[in-house]
Design a binder for this molecule. Structure first.
Ligand code: HEM
Length: 172
């Protein structure tokens, strides 16, 4: 069997005292799911603000770089809470999560969203990409290159797809 080792790994996690404790205590999963959802809200709000600014729809008097710098920490910090709470949910029900193709797709999409978000931040420090005129300090331009606009919108769509995947795990 192709993923025999993964089955064995899940079976091993399942019988650890930590997993047994999570399974037995009825309050842990709902609590951790609440943390997960609150962190999702922060990530999505921040990604939306970034995408709207880069699409030229809000905060046009502020540089894209400044807007991204303001909101991007509210993507990175909640991601730590998401990874931690997600890990607890995995330990509690390893087979349900790790063997689920939707969960696996969600993790791939997450890597894509992280890479794209990092790319946006780095690109905005590049004065050409952020639309700055030659000779002016990096990141002072108000215009946004079409490539950045497209990536910010695509990244927002990836976050939304991740949310859909997160919910879909339960039904697949
Ligand atoms: C390393 C990061 C992450 C891990 C390990 C993780 C793991 C999980 C797990 C194990 C579940 C439970 C699924 C189930 O059994 O029904 C879940 C649910 C969910 N996840 Fe994540 N997740 C992560 C990041 C994210 C991110 C970045 C988002 C969206 C921005 C997200 C959105 C959701 C949603 C909406 C649910 C459904 C919650 C519910 O039905 O109560 N997750 N996640």
């Amino acid at each position: 069997m192709r993923f025999h080792w993964l089955f064995q790994f899940c079976a091993w996690i399942d019988q650890t005292p930590l997993s047994q404790w999570i399974q037995a205590a009825g309050w842990i999963v709902p609590l951790v799911q609440t943390v997960h959802i609150l962190a999702v809200a922060m990530v999505l709000s921040s990604a939306t603000m970034i995408a709207l600014r880069l699409a030229g729809l809000i905060a046009l008097d502020e540089t894209p770089r400044r807007v991204v710098a303001r909101f991007v920490p509210f993507i990175w910090w909640p991601l730590i809470a998401l990874a931690g709470s997600g890990l607890v949910l995995i330990v509690g029900e390893p087979g349900r999560e790790l063997l689920n193709p939707i969960f696996q797709a969600k993790m791939v999409l997450l890597l894509l969203a992280i890479t794209a978000t990092r790319w946006l931040t780095v690109s905005l420090n590049d004065e050409t990409a952020s639309g700055t005129q030659p000779g002016s300090p990096a990141g002072t331009g108000l215009a946004v290159a079409p490539s950045l606009r497209a990536v910010a919108t695509a990244t927002l769509l990836i976050w939304v797809t991740i949310i859909f995947a997160g919910r879909w795990i339960a039904y697949f």
